[in-house]
Design a protein around this ligand. Structure first.
Ligand code: TA6
Length: 288
């Protein structure tokens, strides 16, 4: 039947540790932040910076950051946290939703409070469902419990562990327009073919629901990304110079990570009416 327990994990943070016949996973309650997924038939799929500190209030560098209720800088500018506040607050463990020998489904929740209203004035319930099996399925569900409609932008900002950034190929972004953020360009460009990375890449791709593939021949595997409830995606690697500006990162980290992020970003932001919900899902699997 496997196991699921909340333990004192990395940095002493409360962490949901899951093991079953198909895989193991770790999810920190700080930020509702998945930090490990290891399928029994393969090896770690998730990158976490060796320099990340695992302290309350500081977003973990790596894993699958939950960027919510805004992606990127706060729409109004100011000093509100980059990528929203969900990834720096403590979430509640919602329990085991279902479990069998090779599959465990858990939920974590973040509800509006005085703490959240210091950042964002609305009442909400945010639920992350994580299904750990031979695939990893992450569903982020926003429920508007306010009397006013609100608009969110969001991302499951997953850092994938790869063998060598110069040796991978990323599919699924062909023939897409994208908002290019490299060097602050913030211009609209078009991507024609498959993505090979030989410098900083930071694009928000439009009408990009996936599926995506990260082909990693040196690791002898392909990571598949499928989505639901999303029509935009980010491909990001900071390369050498941007790496120097990142917190809790190391100079060589860019060589073994790439982010393929499932988003509702830019024009794909979602307005949720009172009493309504919106769910965004990312499904990860490894093909040998
Ligand atoms: O999704 C890519 C991105 O927006 C980059 O521009 C970079 O800022 C990255 O997210 C990491 O952001 P963070 O706030 O975690 O340092």
């Amino acid at each position: 039947m496997g196991s699921c327990e909340v333990v004192s994990g990395r940095g002493g943070l409360p962490t949901v540790k899951i093991e079953n016949d198909a895989a193991t996973a770790e999810i920190s309650l700080m930020g509702g932040h998945l930090i490990s997924y290891i399928p029994k038939k393969d090896s770690e799929m998730i990158f976490v910076s060796p320099a990340t500190r695992y302290v309350k209030g500081v977003p973990i560098r790596g894993g699958a950051p939950i960027c919510w209720p805004w992606f990127g800088k706060h729409p109004d500018g100011g000093d509100k946290p980059m990528h929203g506040f969900a990834r720096q607050l403590m979430w509640e463990f919602g329990g085991v939703k279902s479990a069998c020998a090779n599959c465990t489904a858990v939920t974590l929740t973040l509800k509006s409070s005085d703490e959240t209203k210091a950042f964002w004035p609305y009442d909400f319930e945010l639920e992350l469902e994580v299904v750990v099996a031979d695939k990893l399925t992450m569903t982020l569900k926003t429920t508007n419990t306010d009397s006013r409609a609100f608009t969110i932008s969001q991302a499951i900002h997953t850092y994938f562990l790869i063998s060598d950034i110069s040796a991978i190929t990323i599919l699924g972004f062909e023939d897409k327009d994208y908002f290019n953020k490299v060097g602050g360009a913030n211009d609209l460009r078009h991507n024609d073919g498959m993505i090979r990375i030989n410098g900083e890449i930071d694009g928000v791709y439009k009408h990009a629901p996936g599926p995506f593939q990260i082909l990693d021949p040196k690791a002898g595997r392909t990571i598949h990304v499928a989505t639901a409830g999303s029509d935009s995606a980010v491909c990001w690697n900071p390369w050498i110079e941007k790496s120097k500006t990142l917190s809790d990162y190391t100079p060589d980290a860019y060589k073994t990570m790439v982010c393929v992020e499932t988003c509702n970003a830019l024009e794909d932001a979602r307005t949720i009416q009172p009493g309504e919900s919106h769910a965004m899902t990312a499904i990860y699997s490894i093909e040998k």
